[in-house]
Structure formats: C-alpha cells, structure tokens
Design a protein around this ligand. Sequence first.
Ligand code: NOJ
Length: 536
Amino acid sequence: MTPPADDIPWWRRAVFYQVYPRSFADSDGDGVGDLDGIRAHLADLAWLGVDALWISPFFRSPMADFGYDVSDYCDVDPLFGDLATFDALVDEAHRLGLRVVIDWVPNHTSDQHPWFADAASSRDSAHRDWYVWRDPEPDGSPPNNWVAAFDLTAPAWTFHEPTGQWYLHLFESAQPDLNWDEPAVEAAMLDTLRFWLDRGVDGFRADVVHGIGKDPALPDDPPDTAGIPHCALNDQPVTHERLRTIRTLLDGYPGERMMVGEVFLLSTDAVATYYGHDDELHLAFNFPPLFAPWLADRWARCIDDARRALDPRGAWPTWVLSNHDNVRHRSRYDRAAGRAGEDAATTARRSEPRARAAAVLLLTLRGSPFVYQGDELGLEDADVPEERRVDPGGRDGCRAPIPWDGSPDHGWPTAPGVSTWLPFPPGADARNRAALAADPGSILHLYRRALSVRRATPALVLGDLEVLPSPDGTLAYRRRLDGDACTVLVNFTGEEVDVTAPELVGAAVLLASDDPAPASGWSGTLGPDQAVVLHG
Ligand code: NOJ
C-alpha cells in the first residue's frame, strides 16, 4: 500500500515552473524582467495550477552569463529589485500555495566577485586558493586539454598575466571555477545556502553541481572526448561527499527544503549516482529526454533508462522538455517536422498539435515535471537578428520575453527609445497570454486542464508506470496506484493510428491534447500527434 500523498515530500508531487527573470515580466519599463514583475503574475501561475517556481539567478552579477556569473550570492542585483522585493515575492508565492526554489551557482563565481578580485591580486592573497590556479606548461600552454563550454575551440583556462598563472573556468573566462578542495570555499558556499534558507526559500536548483569536485591531478580528458566541454565530462567521487554534506544541511531545516541538481552528464546512469542513496540530491535533471527527438521509440528508451537507473535507488525522476539553455521543444520538434518546400507558417501551424501532445507526455510521466515559462503558451524560439544577439552561448532564441497581451508592447511598456532586451517570439500578436486565456481551446487551457487532471488523479502523480504494447510510432503507458489506474496514449506520428486495445475502447477520456471537451468514450483511434489520458 502506498503511503498517503501527504506523507510523500512535496517535491515528488510537484510540478515546477521555471521562471527566467530577465524575460518573464517587467515592472519598471527598462525592458528587462524583474522580481516585482514575477510577483505581479504569481496569481496567473496559481491559476495555471503549478506547485513551485524555480527562479533562475537574480543575484548581483556583471551579467557576462546573464546572472550565472555571481558577484554577490547574498544580494539581489538592482536590475531585478532588492532583498525586500524578494521577501515580498516569497511571501506572496507562499500565500498562493506556490513553493519557491532559487538557483545556486556553486561551481564558479564572477571574475568580479570580491573573492576572485582578491585571489587575482597576488599569489599570496588570502583567497588565492579559493580558485584553481596552475603554472603554465614548459611551452607556456595551459595545464591540460580541457575545453570550456560555449566556444569549443577555447581552453577552459585563462592566463593571468599579472600573477603568471592560468586559472580554470569550465564556462566563460569571466566565470572562474571555485576550488572546493579548499575547506573555506565549502564553508562559505554553505553559508550562502543558509542565507536563503533563513529567508524562507523552499529549495535550490544547483547549477552544474557535478562540477564542485574535480580530480586534483587535473588530468587531460581522453582523446576520444576531444571537443566535448569538460563540464559534460567531469564526474568525480569527491562531489558525492560534498553533496551529502549539503543534503544534511538542507534536511536539517524544517519544511522539506530540497535541491534539484543540474548534472550535465549525458547518461541517465551517471545522473542517477548523484541522488546517492537518498542522501545526496533530492532530484536531478536528466538531459537525454530533453535532447530526444519526437519519436516514440526514443521516448520509450528514455522512460526505460530512467526506470532502470533510478528505481533501484528509490530515486525520483524529473522530466524537462525545455529550459533557458536549449531551443524550445516546439521549435526543435517543428524543425524536425519541416517538410521540403513548406513555408514556416505552415510548419508552425502543424507543430502545435505536437507541442500539445508533448505537454500531456510531460505531465503524465512518472516523476516531477519542469515546465519552462512560455511552454504553456506553445511558444517557439524567437528569431533573433544578428545585431540583437547577446548570449555567449547562442541561447537568445529560447529566452525571448513572454508576450502577455496583444498590444504593441505585449505587456512590456518601456520608455521611449528602450526596447525589450530580446525580441518577442513569433506570432506574439495572437500567441500571447491574454489571447490564449480567453480561448478555452488554447494550449494554455490544455496545460491548465492537464495540471488539474493530474492533481485529481493520484495515479498520475505517484503511481507506477508500466509501458504497454502499442502500434509503431505510438507510446502507451499505464499509471497505477492502489487499484486506481489510467492509461496514456501518445501518437508521435502525423497520421491517424488505430490502437487495437479492446479494453480501452469506450474508456472515459480524462484528457485529450486536441479537444477541450472530448467524447466520453474513447473511440480507439489516435489522431495525428494526439495524446489522450484514459481512465482505467
Ligand atoms: C548552466 C546554466 O543553466 C547556464 O545557463 C549557464 O550558462 C551555465 N550553467 C554556467 O553557469
């Protein structure tokens, strides 16, 4: 017998919603979103029916990586507000029943963090060992062959002329890696967690958290991985010890504080180890499904891999289709679908059913789903002209501002001469929050219905998942909990498919991706790119 839902930690039952603050909503007309902008729309998120927000970084930062380069972990960047604005946001979220998870960036700081400024001031400085410094090789080259993210031709090292050593950075040179082998670093970073826990946050999303342990010998990456950024390869036993310390700290706080780790290792088996034995991360992102194409057999494999890797540890899966680092799934699936000679508008129209079916898939798999802001509007990536591109990693398209309405400024009123920091996604005149909220047939209402069906159906939240036989190009799974069951069918093809399962024909349709009011008894046929949830 499964324990009652209330005995299951909230983060296993929750649907998370990622807010990328620069692009969510703006309260002061500078064209960049902020914390008061988020607060103004919390009621919209409560209406949608998500349970928790993950807010990407809003800490003081020179913005070389748009906040993932932190210069003060314990303050809000003035661009986004201040600590009082943050407290007000948390209070209001909690009042609405929404948990708040914030981003924690433990692998690196900004090069303008006072710790790094001191470290770079001399070889003897107090903070020198807080970062990873090495002498040049005899020929002057970097200490090893590690490659940085973003520019795969660049070494993960920058030579610091004034002190004659290289420093390590798995990302931009403006993001020097912290040296977690130095006990003072660990102590200082744990203090940053305490700072926000004491302010009432419910948890953290930990940025590239598998990076906090490095092989102290800093050996070359093997030649067969040449060109792969080291952040996708770094996987060291010492990180697990550090995660156990972090877990103890979090579990010592009342109220089920949690951490979901970004473990950017491209195998589910490797990711699984970062849950430890329920003594490391509470949750970890698993990237292979995010990179999987819209193909039934690939998704069947992802589901199987997650089960095989996580179940023996009692670890709880996460599911993510889009985030601020990757082309939105609607655009990705769409590109794959584009037919020769078809114009972009037709492809986009054809891709909406697929985005809807993907929503049903995301919200009915076993595990905690993460919805990226704008997924619920079926947004595509913005087409960002060369002169407006700002991200060193080329990720501007998925970070386009959320269009709140159909007015010329889409709910982002700016002073004359000021524009939003990035252009809006395509079709924002019609595809905006206000227009979709007014249309019960919209994808926004589908997300809301799916979240409401999920909440009302414990089998969808906590039940087992059994993959059932189904025709090629489709996926069928049954979620079952304590004698209650429902079956999810997803058609990944653009053709109608008859599903020969007599026991399902006539079953009550709890949700259909394409129809706000589906006929009560299921017909036995899946429409093109359609997903349904049936009772039984
Ligand atoms: C992963 C974050 O999601 C990404 O946006 C950032 O650039 C890198 N980590 C470095 O912090």
